[in-house]
Design a protein around this ligand. Structure first.
Ligand code: NAG
Ligand code: NAG
Length: 447
C-alpha cells in the first residue's frame, strides 16, 4: 500500500475528516454495516478503532511499550509526557515517525557517542557567521531561549509553542529550520551510509544551493522518486516543483540533526516537527468554529447525484466540482520551467476540463521570480488576477483539492477540520503521515 510521500510520489489522497464518533454532518462514506469484510474501507475503519483501543491506559504499560519499541528505557519525565498526552486526548504509544527519524542518530551514538554533539558544534560555529535560515533553540531550566535577531517567519511564535512543554525537557540545544523545505540531503539507507555519516564531506554545511535543482537531485542516491511502487521504475521528479527548482535550498549532504517541517524520504534525513501554521492561533490557519461546522448538505457541489455515488468506486469521477484557489508558489522560476510546477499544471488541467475542476492562481510570488523570470508573461499566461479570497471560503465546498506549493501545503489540516472531502497530491512527508490511514482518511492514488 502506498503511503503518502514515503516511497510513492504524488499520491492523490481523498481525506475524510474523522473526529471521534461519526457525525451526521460528515461526508457520506461507504457504510460499514453489511459491507463485506474484505472491503478496504471497513478494514481501515477497524484498524483506526483498534489503534485507539490499544493505546496504553497506564504509565507502566506505556513505559514497557516504549522500551519494547526502541530498545531503550523511556526518557526522563516520561510520566509527565504520559499525563500531558492523556490530558490533550493524544495517542500515547504510536509515534513511529519520530522514532524513525532519530534512529540513525541512536545507531551512530553506539559507534561514536560524541557524534551528535560534534555535529551540533560544527553547525553552531557556522551559524555564528550565517544563520542559514536556522535557529539554535536553547532549553535551560525549563525555559526557552531563542537566538538574538529575527531570522525567519517562526522566530517569535516558536517560543510560545515550545514553552507549553519545555518544563518537561532536559537542558538542551537543538537546530530548527525556518525553511519549508527539508535541509539534510543524506540517504542513510544507501550502502556505506554509516561510514559516510561519521566522516564530513562538506567544509561548510548547508551551503549546497544548486540552481535549478533537478540535475543535482537526479545524481543523489535516494532522490529519484518512483512514480509508482508497482511495475517498472519511472522517476516522478519532473512532476514536483521542489525537485525541478526548489524555492529554497541551502542543503547539506552530511548528516546533521535538524528539525524540519517536511521531507521526502529516503532523499532527506531531517527530523520532522509540526509547523506553526497548523496551530489554531496562527494567523495563517483557516478558522473553523468547530470541526465539521458546516453541514455536508449545506456545502456547495457541482456534482450530480449519480457521479457522487461513484466516489468510492471510480476515482476519475471525483474530480467533478473540485475547487482550488492559491498562490503561484512552487519553485524558483527559470525560463519556462514553471509550466511543469504542480500548481501551474493544475491550471492547465482545469482549462482542459472546465466542467470538472475550477482552479485559479490568485497571487504571484515575486520572491520566486529572479533574473530569468518574466513576471508579466506568466501573469498573462495563467490569468493571475491578484484577487484572493478568504481561506474559509473553501470550506463551503464539498470537495477540495490540496496540492504542494514551495513544499507541503500549510492549509491542509484546516481543510481536514472543515469536514469537506479533501483530495491531496503531495510528495512530502509531514509529522502526521503515520496517522493517516488509506481508505479511512484518504484513498491513495498515483497521479
Ligand atoms: C517539463 O518536463 C518535461 C519532462 O517531464 C520536459 O521534457 C520539458 O522540457 C519540461 N518543460 C519545461 C517548460 O521545462
Ligand atoms: C481571468 O480571471 C478573471 C478574474 O479572476 C476571470 O473573470 C476571467 O474569466 C479569467 N479569464 C480566463 C481566460 O480564464
Amino acid at each position: 500500500m502506498a503511503l503518502v510521500g514515503t516511497l510513492s510520489f504524488f499520491v492523490v489522497v481523498a481525506i475524510i475528516a474523522r473526529h471521534g464518533p461519526r457525525h451526521p454532518n460528515s461526508p457520506p462514506t461507504t457504510s460499514s454495516i453489511g459491507a463485506p469484510l474484505d472491503d478496504p474501507v471497513v478494514a481501515a475503519r477497524l484498524s483506526v478503532d483498534a489503534l485507539f483501543a490499544r493505546q496504553s491506559s497506564n504509565i507502566d504499560h506505556a513505559m514497557a511499550r516504549y522500551s519494547l519499541k526502541t530498545g531503550r528505557p523511556p526518557p526522563r519525565n516520561y510520566d509527565k509526557w504520559f499525563s500531558f498526552a492523556r490530558e490533550k486526548s493524544c495517542l500515547i504509544d504510536d509515534y513511529d515517525q519520530v522514532h524513525r527519524d532519530f534512529k540513525p542518530f541512536y545507531q551512530l551514538a553506539e559507534e561514536d557517542p560524541s557524534f551528535f554533539q560534534r555535529r551540533l558544534d560544527v553547525a553552531l560555529a557556522l551559524m555564528k557567521e550565517n544563520r542559514k535560515g536556522m535557529d539554535n533553540v536553547v532549553i535551560k531550566d525549563g525555559m526557552v531561549f531563542m537566538p538574538e535577531g529575527h531570522s525567519n517567519d517562526y522566530w517569535d511564535t516558536w517560543p510560545i509553542t515550545f514553552s507549553q512543554f519545555s518544563a518537561h525537557l532536559p537542558d538542551m540545544t537543538f537546530l530548527i529550520s525556518g525553511h519549508d523545505q527539508p535541509r539534510v540531503a543524506f540517504d542513510y539507507r544507501a550502502p556505506g551510509a554509516m561510514h559516510k555519516a561519521l566522516a564530513l564531506e562538506e567544509e561548510i554545511p548547508f551551503s549546497a544551493s544548486p540552481h535549478p535543482t533537478s540535475d543535482w537531485f537526479r545524481e543523489r542516491t535516494g532522490c529519484n522518486i518512483p512514480r509508482s511502487l508497482e511495475g517498472f521504475f519511472s522517476s516522478a521528479n519532473d512532476d514536483s516543483a521542489f525537485f525541478i527548482s526548489s524555492a529554497k535550498t541551502e542543503f547539506t549532504v552530511d548528516l546533521y540533526p535538524v528539525l524540519s517541517m517536511s521531507k521526502v524520504s529516503p532523499c532527506f534525513a531531517d527530523i520532522l516537527f509540526p509547523i506553526e501554521y497548523y496551530y489554531e492561533r496562527s494567523w495563517w490557519s483557516g478558522k473553523v468554529a468547530y470541526p465539521n461546522n458546516i453541514e455536508w448538505k449545506d456545502k456547495k457541489s457541482q456534482i450530480c447525484k449519480s457521479s457522487l455515488n461513484s466516489v468510492n468506486s471510480d476515482f476519475v469521477l471525483i474530480f467533478f466540482g473540485l475547487d482550488w484557489r492559491g498562490s503561484s508558489t512552487g519553485g524558483q522560476v527559470f525560463g519556462f520551467n514553471y509550466r511543469n510546477f504542480t500548481r501551474f499544471k493544475l491550471v492547465e488541467f482545469a482549462r482542459e476540463h472546465a466542467d470538472l475542476v475550477d482552479v485559479a492562481i490568485t497571487s504571484f510570488s515575486d520572491e520566486l521570480c529572479g533574473s530569468e523570470c518574466d513576471k508579466e508573461t506568466i501573469m498573462r499566461e495563467y490569468n493571475i488576477s491578484g484577487h484572493g479570497r478568504p481561506r474559509e471560503d473553501e470550506y463551503l465546498y464539498k470537495y477540495l483539492l490540496d496540492v504542494d506549493g514551495n513544499a507541503f501545503s500549510g492549509r491542509y489540516l484546516g481543510l481536514l477540520r472543515s469536514g469537506s472531502l479533501v483530495f491531496k497530491a503531495t510528495v512530502f512527508e509531514e509529522y502526521f503521515n503515520d496517522w493517516l490511514r488509506p481508505f479511512e482518511h484518504y484513498i491513495p492514488r498515483t497521479a
